[in-house]
Design a protein around this ligand. Sequence first.
Ligand code: NMX
Ligand code: MLT
Length: 440
Amino acid sequence: MGFVKDRFKVKADSVAAEIKQIIAEHGNKVLGETTIAQAYQGMRGIIGLITETSLLDAEDGIRFRGYSIPELREKLPKAPGGTEPLPEGLFYLMLIGELPSEEDVEHLSATFARKSHVPNYVFDVIEKLPISTHPMTQFSIAITALQKESIFAKEYANGINKKEYWSYIFEDCMNLIARLPRIAAYIYRRKYKNGDHIQPNGMLDWAGNFAHMLGYDNKGFYALMRLYLTIHADHEGGNVSAHATHLVGSALSDPYLCFASGMNGLAGPLHGLANQEVVKWIEDMCQELNTNAPNKDQISDYIKKTLTEGKVVPGYGHAVLRKTDPRFTAQMEFAKTHCPDDPMVQTVWNVYAVAPDILGATGKIKNPFPNVDAHSGALLKHFGLIEEEFYTVIFGVSRALGVLAGLCWDRALGFPIERPKSVDTHWIKAFIKGEAVKED
Ligand code: NMX
Ligand code: MLT
C-alpha cells in the first residue's frame, strides 16, 4: 500500500493527539440530554458516535470531509475521457481527509486491481447455495467465507501489540475492497447469466472493472457505476450498515466479519433493500394499471392506496434528512443527460412530483422527500441490468469504501469496545416515579 498507508498513519496520529487533548480539556462538556422517547424510538438525534469520514446535514445532505456531492463530481479525478468521479478518489478523501491527485487515484486503482484475487474456495461456497438464494445473502456468506484470509485475525492470534492493530486492519480493508467487485459480479453472473463468468480486466479502474465483470461494457454504464459507487459510499456513522460495521469492529472482530454484519443490515427493506423495493413498487403499480407510463393522478391514487394498506412508500423518507436527498438529485441530473425519455425514469420523476405533498399531508412522516434509493433502480434498468434483487449488492460494494475507511480510523484512534447502557420498562416506570437513578 506504500504511501497511502504512510499518509494515513501521519493523519491518524495527529487526530489522535487532538482527540486526547479534547477529552482532557472538554471531556465533561454535555453534548445533549437523552429523553425517554429517544430511548424507545431509535435513538434519533442522540450524538453517541464519532465518524471521521462524512457528516450529514438534515437540510444540505451528506458532505464527505466537507465536500458536497456536486463538489465531488467536479473536483475528484475522473477516468481518461470519463465524466464521473472515480470512487477510489472518494475513498482516499475519506481516509486521508484531503482531495487526491490523479496519481493518488491511479495508485489506488492499480493497488485494488493487484489485490483483487479471490480464492476458489469462496466461489465453491457460493456454488453450494441454492441459485434462488437472495443475492445479498450470497454476498454476506461469501464475505464471511473470505474471513479465512484476514491478516488481522491471524496476527491477533499470534499476539500483537495493540498499537499495531490499525496496520493489519488497514491491510484487510484494502484486500476486502479490492475483492468485492469480483465476488459481487460472480454472484450476478451465476444467478442471472447461466454462470457465464467474465474475467477481470486489470487495466480498468475499480468501478469500470466491476461494470466489465457484470457484463455491461459500455461508456454509459461505466459512467453510471463510477457515479453510483461514489454517491452510495458513506452516510456518516449512524446508519445501520455503518453502525453495524463499527459496532462489531469494536469487539476487534476483523474487517471481513464487521463488513458482513454491515451487509446483513443493508439487506433490510428500510435500509439498502429499498432500491429493490422501489422498482418492485413501480412495476406492481404499472401492472395493476396496465401501463408503463402512469399519469400523476394514477400515481397519487397508488401512493394513497399503499399508505391505506399500512405499507411504506419505498424510496421516500429518512431518519435524518429533511429535504430531497442530494444523491437523488445527482442521479436525476445523470438521467437528464443519459436517458430522459426512459419510461421508468419518467415515472420516478412523476412520483417525485406528487409524493411529497401526499406523504407530507399524513402529518406523521417527518421527511416526505425522496432518498437515494428512489432513483437508482430506474438507471440500472435503463442500461439493461434489470434484475432488481441484485441492486442492494451494488450498494454494498460501494458502502465498503465508507465503512471500511471508518474501521481503519476506529482502530487507528484506539476506540474501545462499544457498550451503551440499556434499561427495561420496569426501570423506566421507576425512573418516572423518581425511584430509579441514572448511573454514570
Ligand atoms: N411511507 C410510509 N410511511 C412512512 C414513510 C414512507 N416512505 N416514511 C416514514 N413513514 C412512517 C413511519 O413508518 C412511521 O410510522 P409509524 O409511526 O406508524 O411507525 C412514521 O412515518 C414516522 O416515521 P419517520 O420518523 O418519518 O421515519 P423514521 O426515521 O422512523 O424512518 C425510514 C426512516 C427511511 C426508515 C422511513 O422513512 C421509511 O420506512 N422509508 C421507506 C423505506 C426507504 O426508502 N428506506 C431507505 C432509506 C435510505 N437507505 O438507503 O437506507
Ligand atoms: C444511508 O445511505 O445509509 C441511508 O440514507 C440511511 C441513513 O443514512 O440512515
